[in-house]
Design a protein around this ligand. Structure first.
Ligand SMILES: NC(=O)c1ccc[n+]([C@@H]2O[C@H](COP(=O)([O-])OP(=O)(O)OC[C@H]3O[C@@H](n4cnc5c(N)ncnc54)[C@H](O)[C@@H]3O)[C@@H](O)[C@H]2O)c1
Ligand SMILES: [Zn+2]
Length: 363
């Protein structure tokens, strides 16, 4: 599948296909007929599992390849890592003709994207994402960044890639929990804008969880389509792009209340989607049946870490989130499967109740 991300001044494509990794060299050659060197930013585990296949494919099309390895984990999505990687590029003699490859999960994508946007005032980058989150979310849209102690993603840029190569087969080596956590974001895409994707995940859950190649290709492809459409319409996140935050308002609050250590991001978003569905039903934006369907489909993807935090504390985090302006909390709420709406006047009591409900679901 070929999906265009239509941004200014130059759009690009995301290619999604099982086995694509082995064609990376040729696909890069099409875009960069005369370049010589590429630098692969990655983490040890990805290099160990998939590095040889990538290197072989690049060598076939006369790419001179250098691996630039960073440590894995959100903790290393930092300015220190950026500095270390830039130093390695310089030592290896990378100049402005170098092509950077982001080869890893969202952490690698965000750091490598940032590096590409500032090293020698800008290099071309191609994303080859290797986690569910990176394949259907982080690699599309050009947001880059690193964390500060004061908060996540506080420093960053917009830097669109030249190409995104998505090979769902690479998900076969992903730890189970990481894999499932990413699927909630696919379900999210279904609620936001694709009833077909949503039903597909409901109906073919077992096969998807078993990581059947054709299923993953479909689920990732449809999710990328949705994100590409939203990003193309709203490159710099002014309005429409906000709908991608379905489940993220309460999700972020749960993550921050637990110091980002207890939930994986997608798991917190899963709870956030359940809560948003409850809120939507309570204030009659949607009917009970739709809200329950969203809750059921989410919880059916597997056991989630329990919600044990105090609802009032979660509400407090919500109101102090960096995306909250003037204390007004925006909720993305479902109207029906495939259609959401941004609402900013949800009564506090309704929010509190919905969070309380999560504790009940957790028992
Ligand atoms: N830029 C964006 O628009 C955007 C969107 C969503 C998320 N993000 C960012 O993405 C990050 C989360 O990404 P993530 O969930 O991919 O986490 P991650 O990059 O930390 O990857 C998760 C773990 O899986 C390992 N791994 C990666 N690929 C593997 C493979 N194929 N086989 C085995 N192990 C593998 C990684 O080393 C890591 O330990 C966050 O920092 C988030 O802020 C950015
Ligand atoms: Zn998310």
């Amino acid at each position: 599948m070929r999906i265009t991300i239509a941004v200014q001044p130059r759009g690009y494509e995301a290619l999604i296909e099982n086995g694509l990794l082995c064609h990376a060299g040729a696909l890069l050659r099409e875009i960069f007929p005369h370049r010589k060197r590429c630098f692969v930013v990655t983490v040890p585990v990805v290099r160990r599992r998939w590095g040889l296949a990538l290197q072989a494919s690049l060598a076939q099309r006369r790419w001179e390849t250098t691996f630039v390895v960073m440590r894995q984990g959100e903790r290393h999505k930092s300015l220190a890592t950026l500095q270390a990687l830039a130093g390695k590029l310089a030592e290896a003699g990378a100049d402005r003709d170098a092509v950077l490859l982001a080869f890893g999960g969202g952490v690698v994508g965000d750091v490598a994207g940032f590096l590409a946007s500032v090293y020698m005032r800008g290099l071309d980058i191609v994303h080859i994402p290797t986690t569910v989150v990176a394949q259907l979310d982080a690699s599309i849209g050009g947001k880059t960044g690193v964390n500060l102690r004061a908060g996540k993603n506080l420093i960053g840029t917009f830097h669109q890639p030249r190409l995104v190569l998505i090979d769902p087969q690479m998900l076969s080596t992903l730890p189970e929990r990481e894999f499932r956590s990413g699927l909630y974001e696919a379900l999210k895409c279904g609620v936001i804008g694709s009833p077909e994707l949503f039903s597909h995940i409901e109906n073919r859950r077992e096969r998807i969880l078993a990581r059947e190649a054709a299923e993953l290709e479909y689920v990732i492809g449809e999710s990328v389509k949705l994100k590409a459409a939203v990003v193309s319409a709203d490159e710099r996140e002014t309005g429409l792009r906000r709908i991608l935050n379905f489940g993220h308002t309460i999700g972020h609050a749960l993550e921050s209340r637990t110091d980002y250590r207890y939930f994986l991001h997608g798991e917190a978003v899963a709870w956030g989607m359940v809560a948003a569905a409850t809120i939507a039903a309570t204030i009659k934006k949607t009917d009970r049946a739709t809200a329950e369907r969203i809750g059921r489909a989410t919880l059916a993807l597997g056991a989630l870490p329990r919600v044990r935090v105090n609802a009032r504390h979660v509400l407090h985090s919500l109101q102090s989130d960096k995306k909250t302006k003037d204390g007004i909390v925006h909720f993305v709420l479902p109207r029906q499967i495939g259609k959401v709406e941004v609402v900013n006047d949800v009564p506090k009591a309704v929010v509190l109740d919905a969070i309380e409900q999560l504790r009940v679901f957790s028992r």
